[in-house]
Design a protein around this ligand. Structure first.
Ligand SMILES: Cc1cc2nc3c(=O)[nH]c(=O)nc-3n(C[C@H](O)[C@H](O)[C@H](O)COP(=O)(O)OP(=O)(O)OC[C@H]3O[C@@H](n4cnc5c(N)ncnc54)[C@H](O)[C@@H]3O)c2cc1C
Length: 614
């Protein structure tokens, strides 16, 4: 029985195992039932799907809607838009696949009770911008979760998945996952014939601007802990574009979104002296990226670049000019409601800092970098594309299957497909689920088996930090400090510092180079060694420990990709000081990595970018 003999182990058999019940996970769970009427569909979530993931506190807009019923946009238009914004590099097959299905997803949301605003003149959905429609979205997540709950055979809330399991006979095939209940401490072993990872993006891998009093106030949800990347990486799935971290221009200190302000309220920005500044940096940017600066709309990273340059030139802060728009009572209401529906914290910050946007133009700033696959960047797993649309080189089986058999993904998990947002993530979950059901149907009797030795070893590893604490606490010298263990918060701050200083975070103004990245890798390796000394006081801290572990794995991937791509493709997201220019001749390609858990080595390679849409 050993040390952990008293702990209950719960075994769950599933046909389809969905990990993470956010937008993509709810989509995957819902669609699995549609195609797999008799299948056992299990959704596992570390929080509670009712209010989990990046959409937990609601949204004010659905950012990906074509409007094909009114001839507003076609899927090809969206591919062109995403390609332009990502400086040429997107998986057009995957993006097209989402765009052609996303409208039907949004129609379902409305059918399920999500209030979508209508334009009183046309009767169409109220547009915020070309791709965005406005919603009363405080209850967006509970509405979507209800559909998943009704579709699932079982939803397991409060289970933090720590590792995937592989098949006993085929090393490159997934067989399930393990995790623990963050409330009871029970150990869970899930068997799954197909596994769909939908575990969201990554915040807190770079040091945030808000530390100390403001810690936890980040743009992307603080609970987005990189599991979407770490779980597949550790079983050898290939990753793509992990260097393509995102930096957001947001209202200062509260990270309030600016989309509705720019697009709907028609506000604009100026420097600290009330001047327009973007044009000033046109030639400078052109020298770095060539014609990409002339594209319309100007790619998000390049707009960041102008802000960074202007502030570095001593003419900050950058402000959003709200005073004019807020004189209109309707716009004033929309401006505030925009935060109340999804980022209440920004309204509170303004109130606490005596900022009334009718009287004062509020400051903007650029955030610390995040890693995600569903917003204006496309980090994530390298996935097989749709049969009818993907080039042969992008197809090795089932749509959205990674390079590990039976392992699927959606939302932030899947790389190469920027600008899918909430609706596109749900849609991609549906696409992945349909393919996963087919995978199971085709499987016949050749079903994966979990290995008892593997999951028992993992059980020991998963709970070791609690044992470290139990033993080490006897040596506490003051407060919580013990020479024998490292607390998760210390590990997290160490990780954030390394990533910040060596991999292009805020303190270096997003600048890095080969020398820094190599040193960063050395320091990450030392942190990795120290992870066996983590001490967890309780189950909450145990969860923090495994979240840190996942963040660390993803961080190494980000660092290796950043080192591999010897160019500055996205100025404004990060800069390679030793390769300051965009280099289409050598780097108009995807970067791919594969981690080998047996050797601990990473292999890097390039993959071609196919432009399918003209
Ligand atoms: C601040 C902000 C504003 C946004 N604004 C908009 C907007 O206005 N419009 C729009 O359309 N989109 C918006 N988005 C984007 C949208 O929220 C994401 O695209 C979408 O949520 C991604 O879906 P996902 O399922 O990949 O991740 P999530 O929805 O974040 O879901 C991931 C789920 O996995 C769970 N999980 C994570 N790790 C584990 C683990 N180890 N074990 C078990 N469960 C785990 C999480 O708890 C979570 O429930 C915004 C995002 C943010 C952060």
């Amino acid at each position: 029985m050993g040390l952990f003999g008293g702990r209950k182990t719960v075994f769950v058999d599933a046909d389809i195992l969905v990990i993470g019940g956010g937008m993509a996970g709810c989509g995957a769970t819902y669609e699995s039932r549609y195609w797999g009427r008799d299948l056992k569909i299990v959704c596992v979530e570390k929080a509670n799907i009712e209010r989990s993931g990046a959409v937990a506190q609601g949204l004010y807009a659905i950012n990906c809607y074509m409007g094909m019923q009114w001839g507003e946009n076609q899927p090809e238009d969206h591919v062109r838009y995403a390609r332009n914004d990502l400086m040429g590099l997107v998986r057009e097959d995957l993006g097209y696949d989402i765009a052609r299905h996303v409208d039907s997803t949004v129609h379902k949301f409305e059918e399920w009770g999500l209030p979508i605003m209508r334009d009183p003149k046309t009767g169409r959905y109220q547009r915020e911008g070309k791709w965005q429609i406005m919603i009363h979205g405080e209850s967006y997540k509970p509405i979507v979760a209800e559909a998943a709950r009704k579709a699932a055979t079982e939803v397991y809330n409060r289970i933090m998945v720590t590792h995937l399991l592989t098949d006993t006979t085929k090393a490159n095939r997934v067989a399930g996952a393990v995790g623990f209940n963050v409330r009871t401490g029970d150990f869970y072993v899930f068997q799954g014939k197909a596994v769909i990872v939908c575990a969201g993006g990554a915040s807190h891998i770079f040091k945030p601007r808000s530390v100390g009093e403001g810690m936890g106030r980040t743009w992307y949800a603080p609970w987005s802990s990189a599991s979407a990347y770490a779980l597949p990486i550790q079983v050898g799935a290939k990753m793509t574009q992990m260097e393509n971290r995102i930096v957001l221009t947001r209202f200062k200190d509260g990270y309030g979104p600016v989309g509705a302000y720019f697009l709907h309220l028609k506000t604009y920005t100026q420097n600290g002296y009330g001047e327009e500044y973007e044009k000033r940096w046109y030639e400078d940017t052109k020298a770095l990226v060539g014609d990409y600066i002339d594209r319309h709309p100007v790619p998000t990273c390049l707009r960041n670049h102008a802000i960074l340059k202007e502030v570095a030139a001593g003419r900050g802060p950058i402000r959003m000019v709200t005073k004019e728009a807020f004189q209109d009572p309707h716009k004033e209401t929309v401006g505030w409601e925009n935060f109340l529906g999804m980022t209440i914290g920004q309204a509170v910050v303004w109130a606490s800092q005596n900022i009334d946007p009718k009287e004062i133009n509020p400051e903007l700033t650029t955030s610390e970098p995040y890693v995600m696959g569903s917003h204006a960047t496309c980090s994530g797993a390298w996935a097989s594309g749709p049969e009818d649309y993907a080039p042969a080189e992008y197809q090795w089986g089932y749509n959205r299957m990674m390079t590990v058999d039976g392992l699927f993904g959606a939302g932030d998990t899947i790389g190469g497909t920027a600008h899918k947002f909430s609706s596109g993530s749900f849609t991609e979950g549906r696409i992945a689920a349909k393919a996963a059901v087919k995978y199971i149907m085709d499987m016949g009797k050749d079903q994966p088996q979990v290995n008892e030795e593997e999951y028992r070893d993992l059980e020991r590893e998963v709970f070791q930090p609690m044992e470290n604490y139990r033993v080490g606490r006897n040596e506490i010298v003051a407060g919580t400090v013990s020479p024998s263990y490292l607390l998760p918060i210390h590990g997290l701050q160490r990780l954030e510092k390394i990533m910040d200083e060596y991999v292009g975070g805020i303190s270096t103004n997003y600048m890095t180079n080969g020398v820094l990245l190599n040193r960063g890798l050395e320091l990450l390796a030392m942190l990795k060694e120290d992870m066996s000394h983590m001490g967890a006081e309780d189950l909450h801290q145990l969860q923090r420990t495994w979240e840190l572990d996942h963040r660390l794995v993803a961080s190494e991937s980000v660092t290796r990709h950043t080192l591999f791509r010897e160019e500055t493709r996205w100025p404004g997201y990060y800069y390679r000081g030793d390769h300051m220019k965009l280099d289409d001749e050598n780097w108009h390609c995807f970067t791919l990595s594969r981690y080998d858990r047996n050797t601990g080595k990473w292999e890097m390679e390039k993959a071609p970018v196919y432009h399918i849409v003209d």
